[in-house]
Design a binder for this molecule. Sequence first.
Ligand code: C5J
Length: 222
Amino acid sequence: MAEIVQALPYPFSFNPLETVLLVIDMQRDFIESGGFGTALGNDVTPLQSIVPATLRLLTLVRKTGMPVIHTRECHKPDLSDCPPAKLKRNSLGLRIGDHGPMGRVLIVGEPGAEILDELAPIKGEIVLNKPGKGAFYNTDLSVVLDRLRTKFIIIAGVTTEVCVQTSMREANDRGFECLLAEDATESYFPEFKQATLKMIRAQGAIVGWTAKVSEIAEALNE
Ligand code: C5J
């Protein structure tokens, strides 16, 4: 077993052989200027600031041979997997499926739905398209984690209080021990990120643990 002694709210013990890294939605539409994130009225620069830490996490995990799963929030071109309630949000700006500067917003195969070049999946890594905020909803994630005999999940990605938190709660309810990499997750709203970190750790790790990438690296001897 490895241990992240500095993890909050208390040390996180995990078996690296039963752990996966789950990187949520590090997509151009959320992080680059002009995509869905911008259309929703957000400043995307805070999200850009976590790219180096996320790359560091990916690099160190790849060295250990731990499986990596990337998710992309996106929909089929005919939008048949996008509930009308989700589609009709943001009536003032670009909506899902509209044509924007990076192709159709959050549509599979469009440039904006792709993961940032810097963090692009490498051969052997799993990429899951997800139509919801949570990574388990309408995806094969449970099957994949079962196949990999996963017990522990290290989570990174955006945005902290939306897709990251929803996915972490879903994983926690399914019995996985989850740790969120604090400096490899970000929100358009700094106060929402801080609130989410607190919610996760509250009541004796009610949703899971948090730790910095350097602390995860130390535990993995990297
Ligand atoms: C959002 C996400 N914020 N990946 N998606 O709509 O958090």
